[in-house]
Design a binder for this molecule. Structure first.
Ligand code: PEP
Ligand code: MG
Length: 579
């Protein structure tokens, strides 16, 4: 038995067999000349590799259709069609005969040229195909070079996935039906991997640094995320403990759901709103199940991160309409795409930046691609007639960006009018306050924004200079740091001075240890992972706003995160002795 302790990324208690996934990149592609009498042999190898790759894709397509739904299955069907495209096959055999170079090189070089050509197209739909070409060619090259690269989409038994790190796009395409838990070397509490694991209800322990070295494939693992534990090859004592912990966990979950239909109101009548963050349209149902009063953050970029997913105006319109309709007139805040940072779209090559988190991200990306941005805005506007929609812009750093975004929104509205496409006339537009400069100029931004939503994941990252995905500096990411609390207070006060709502959609909003403090600071709306709503509501319903205001006053005088945390802990123990 061995115990590893990491960051509790997504709640749950689960036992299963470890699946160790160590991603192997393709090696350097060999390049050499061949004789004329070897051409036929090379073509035969190519044909065989394509047949094997096609068989893999057919199997993937079938499994995806049965277990993941039509959208995922369509990706593999499209890849299969491209692989079997006669023009592409002819081009490769023609080049081989002409250049008389080995088939691996010809496949690699042809795919590279095709992808480059696609990437230079002004049409985003065409650019997106570059990632597909890379995917298909890697599969064929993997067969030619005898690299059997098991894909996470191909898992067919229940496992606990143990790997170094996971990209958001991998989280979207892996076969989630069989992934019962996730254990990562990398990752912080507010990384997008953690956020997606919570969205998919997959228990996860992150930031273990050496899990891939300490766990072997096939080891039995227990994941207990409340303390962030991973038990490797448990003995009888740990198995007994697992059973008890599971019973307790399910009991608490059941109890907390009983407040579903009760208002989020303090004992002295102060009402706040508890909403949910979602990444995919299908999560909307869980929001209602957990008693969410709307969606405070729909991270629309995940639509674009799903490889192979078409993302034209019509597809976006359908996805937004699905969420809006599912929420039955409750407010839905659609954030325009926050692409960049760790959410990279390969077709836009944002990966080539030295400092992507300080680079071409969020609203900066959208403003530099006005057609792309207006397509999204038109899709949201058109969907707005189906319910109650708000638009939110990410990563605003100053008033110029907000003005520019609002101008493009007006253009998008004019385009809808011209095409006689109706949209809600009173649609509210707000901003994420997640860059320190936005928090410091919140009074100026409040003159143009209809609401604020504080994004503490990034506000902590940028104000405390802590990479949110880097477990080595995760210990510095303190929500109770005086600097962060001052930013939050400034933002809330600026909103209230202009009579607009101050919301929060960073992970801090779903942390029950912070609820009383945020109430005391005057936050109006909390948006979090749907499953966190019941616990936060319990705290709200047991707190008094006057006591919370007193607490906030004390904490604002605190000199350090450590001092503030100690004060919060003592206060909670006194107010809620049963917890
Ligand atoms: C945030 O930064 O707090 C936020 C909610 O946005 P994201 O996590 O998507 O960056
Ligand atoms: Mg953010």
């Amino acid at each position: 038995m061995k115990k590893l302790v990491g960051i509790p990324g997504s709640p749950g208690i689960v036992m299963g067999k470890a699946f160790l996934y160590l991603e192997k990149a393709l090696p350097e592609i060999p390049r050499y000349s061949i004789r004329t009498d070897q051409v036929e042999g090379e073509l035969k190898r190519f044909k065989l590799a394509c047949e094997e790759a096609a068989a893999d894709m057919r199997a993937l397509h079938e499994r995806a259709a049965a277990e993941m739904g039509k959208e995922q299955a369509d990706i593999f069907a499209a890849h299969l069609m491209m692989l079997e495209d006669a023009d592409i096959q002819d081009q490769i055999s023609g080049t081989l005969k002409e250049t008389r170079e080995n088939i691996e090189w010809v496949v690699y070089d042809t795919a590279r040229h095709m992808a480059d050509k696609m990437l230079s197209s002004p049409d985003p739909a065409f650019r997106e195909r570059a990632a597909d070409i890379n995917d298909i060619s890697s599969r064929v090259l993997g067969r030619l070079l005898s690299i059997n690269k098991a894909s996470l989409a191909e898992l067919d038994t229940d496992v606990i996935l143990v790997t170094h790190d996971l990209l958001p796009s991998q989280m979207l395409t892996m076969n989630r039906a069989h992934i019962k838990g996730i254990v990562l070397d990398m990752g912080g509490l507010t990384s997008h991997t953690a956020i997606l694991a919570r969205a998919f209800n997959i228990p996860a322990v992150l930031g273990l640094a050496s899990a891939t070295a300490e766990i072997a494939g096939g080891d039995t693992l227990i994941l207990n995320t409340k303390p962030g534990e991973v038990i490797v090859n448990p003995g009888k004592k740990e198995l007994d403990r697992l059973e008890r912990a599971q019973v307790n966990y399910n009991k608490t979950l059941k109890e907390s759901l009983q407040t579903r239909n009760l208002p989020a109101q303090t004992t002295d009548g102060h009402r706040v709103s508890l909403k949910a963050n979602i990444e995919l349209p299908e999560e909307a149902e869980a929001v209602l199940r957990f008693g969410g009063e709307g969606i405070g953050l729909y991270r629309s970029e995940f639509l674009f991160l799903n490889p192979g997913q078409a993302t034209g105006e019509e597809e976006q319109f359908r996805a937004y309409s699905q969420v809006i309709k599912a929420m039955k007139n409750l407010p839905v805040t659609i954030r325009t795409v926050d692409i960049g940072g760790d959410k990279i779209l390969p077709e836009f090559q944002a990966a080539s930046e030295t400092n992507p988190l300080l680079g071409w991200r969020g609203i900066r990306f959208s403003l530099s691609m006005p057609d792309f941005f207006k397509t999204q805005l038109r899709a949201i506007l058109r969907a707005s007639v189906k319910g109650n929609v708000r638009i939110m812009f990410p990563l605003i750093s100053g008033i110029e960006e907000l003005n520019a975004a609002l101008e493009l929104l007006e253009e998008a509205k004019a385009e809808c009018r011209k095409k006689k496409q109706p949209f809600a006339s009173n649609i509210e537009t707000g901003i994420m306050v997640e860059v320190p400069s936005a928090a410091m100029t919140a009074d100026i931004l409040a003159q143009k924004a209809d609401f604020f939503s504080i994004g503490t994941n990034d506000l902590i990252q940028y104000s405390l200079a802590v990479d949110r995905g880097n477990e080595k500096v995760g210990y510095l990411a303190h929500p109770a740091h005086p600097a962060l609390l001052r930013f939050i207070k400034t933002t809330i006060d600026a909103a209230h001075n202009r009579g607009i709502t101050a919301a929060m959609c960073g992970e801090m909003a779903g942390d029950p240890g912070m609820t009383a403090l945020l109430l005391g600071l005057g936050l109006d709306e909390f948006s979090m992972a749907a499953s966190s709503i019941p616990l936060v509501k319990r705290i709200v319903r047991n707190a008094s706003i006057s006591a919370c205001r007193e607490l906030a006053g004390e904490i604002l005088k605190g000199v350090s995160a450590t001092a503030n945390n100690a004060l919060l802990k003592d206060w909670t123990a006194e107010m809620f002795p049963e917890n």
